[in-house]
Write a protein that binds this ligand. Structure first.
Ligand code: FES
Ligand code: FES
Length: 176
């Protein structure tokens, strides 16, 4: 007797997602995670996948400017939305100030967790340009690093915040 379920595949869903300012139209299996979509379909491997359970924060991306776990979100849930991955923040040779601060303060070793940290810090500094250490640690509470130690990550965030404030002040002076 044939199994009526075996071999069946769910119908693909058409989605339209803006990723790093570029509109992508695709047909995806409804079970595809957003992490697999950006990494596999779009080739944006900077979004790392660690625990796949929403615990480690390595897969953190921005959805409409707010952090989200790409391993817990389905690609179909991103339909019609705007997403930013680490590739949309900065690039080799043109690092974002947050990335540069992590380099300068040695806020990374293997770098596996770093994209998730950078995206989370990006969200924090967008609304809290001068956060206290407590606010930084609280905001980063959902991001795990197995090898660097959090003191250098904290220094990195302080440095990034200071540089971004200085750049903003310099920009305001130029306009005046
Ligand atoms: S891989 Fe998504 S939270 Fe760990
Ligand atoms: S730098 Fe290796 S896990 Fe954070």
């Amino acid at each position: 007797m044939t199994n009526p379920v075996a071999g069946t595949r769910p119908a693909l869903h058409a989605i339209r997602v803006t990723v790093n300012g570029v509109v992508h139209e695709a047909s995806v299996d409804p079970r595809t995670t957003l992490a697999d979509f950006v990494r596999g379909d779009l080739g944006l491997g900077g979004t790392h996948v660690g625990c796949e359970h929403g615990v480690c924060g390595a897969c953190t991306i921005l959805v409409e400017g707010e952090t989200a776990r790409a391993c817990l979100m389905l690609a179909v849930q991103a339909d019609g939305r705007s997403i930013t991955t680490i590739e949309g923040i900065g690039a080799e040779g043109a690092l974002h100030p947050i990335q540069q601060a992590f380099v300068d303060e040695r806020g990374l070793q293997c770098g596996f967790c770093t994209p998730g940290f950078v995206m989370t810090v990006h969200e924090l500094l967008a609304t809290r340009p001068d956060p206290s250490d407590e606010e930084i640690l609280d905001h980063l509470g959902g991001n795990l690093c197995r090898c660097t130690g959090y003191e250098s990550i904290l220094r990195s965030v302080r440095l990034a915040a200071r540089r971004l404030r200085e750049a903003k002040a310099a920009g305001a002076e130029e306009k005046a």
